[in-house]
Design a protein around this ligand. Structure first.
Ligand SMILES: [Fe+2]
Ligand SMILES: [Fe+2]
Length: 245
């Protein structure tokens, strides 16, 4: 194929894709609509259904890296980068900096509720067990103060959830479990370096963490999503969130 033919083929593929029917996953709309009611299908008028890249989204490289997901699929990652930088400044070890950099990726690009658990699962095949453990349990530790490291119950949570909010029983259970665990402090350090207020005067670049990520995240050579790890499908769903099946 000549360059022109290739360009034309790519253009044709794009316009074909634009014609695809998109049906949203139930979780997108649950609450806005009753999940017991059958999903309303747009009239397909003989069109094909979305089975891959959604042309409304930036296209990801063939073998995406963690940073590619930061760039193309995660919302503004300032919170993550600022918290990783604070950890660095506070003299934390690389495992804590790594954990801080990805501790909220579920919020940034996947699913909010139970984000610590989702985030831990996403990175589990690629980081030290201690790092994913810390990410999982920061979910629970956030709600409980630890005066020994100067961590208070976040004032922001009073504003967000009300003064009488009580964490769910499973969060309390996981807190009690984590409190007595040998990696407790690693997870607690995520909370300590977790900044609530985004400071617009602090500009952090992802590239500041290239070396730490290189040493602490086992980037699969096939690309995230294509390496058959236990969380590869989750990365693919972030990449192709509207795939029909
Ligand atoms: Fe978090
Ligand atoms: Fe956070």
């Amino acid at each position: 194929m000549s360059t022109l033919e290739r360009a034309e083929a790519a253009e044709r593929a794009l316009s074909d894709e634009l014609d695809r029917v998109v049906v949203k996953s139930v979780i997108y709309t649950s609450g806005e609509r009753d999940p017991r009611v059958p999903v309303q299908r747009p009239p397909d008028q003989g069109k094909l259904y979305m089975m891959g890249h959604d042309p409304r989204l930036p296209r990801m490289p063939e073998r995406p890296t963690l940073f590619d997901f930061f760039k193309y699929r995660f919302g503004p990652a300032n919170h993550l980068m600022q918290s990783a930088r604070l950890a660095l400044k506070n003299g934390a070890g690389e495992n804590v900096v790594m954990a801080c950099l990805v501790h909220d990726i579920a919020i940034a690009g996947f699913i909010r509720g139970d984000h610590g658990y989702w985030g831990a699962q996403l990175v589990e095949p690629y980081v030290d067990e201690e790092v994913s453990w810390a990410i999982r349990y920061h979910q629970a530790l956030r709600f409980f103060p630890d005066p020994s490291v100067g961590y208070d119950y976040p004032a922001m949570y009073v504003k967000l959830f009300g003064a009488d909010y009580q964490p769910d029983e499973y969060i309390q259970r996981d807190y009690r479990y984590a409190r007595d665990h040998k990696w407790y402090m690693t997870s607690r350090m995520i909370c300590v370096n977790d900044l609530y207020a985004f400071d617009p005067s602090v500009q952090v670049q992802l590239e500041e963490f290239t070396d730490i990520v290189g040493r602490n995240f086992r980037q699969p050579k096939e690309g995230l999503g294509f390496d058959a790890s236990p969380s590869a499908h989750m990365w693919r769903t972030i990449m192709w969130p509207t795939k029909y099946l």
